[in-house]
Design a protein. Sequence first.
Length: 98
Amino acid sequence: MLTGKQRSYLKGLANTITPITQIGKSGITDSFIAQLDSALEARELVKVHVLENSLLDSKEAANEAAQLTNAEFVQAIGSKFVLYRKSKENPKIEVPRS
């Protein structure tokens, strides 16, 4: 579980990154989860774009994706959301201690 200070730090880092994947009308599929899982392992901080034709809003999509990938929800703004999960193999982001 992220503290407010840690979440704030990750929000600042997420400001500069672009969405690397998107959720369309088919919603959250197994292939999307597999893609997101590998992206989280490689990058740790991932931004996702929820397309207008999706039946999910960004917050519920973020919570479901975070639960399925064992990631932490960072933020949802408009049609985008950010997830964080520390890499097991090659951690890059040093999250401040509470």
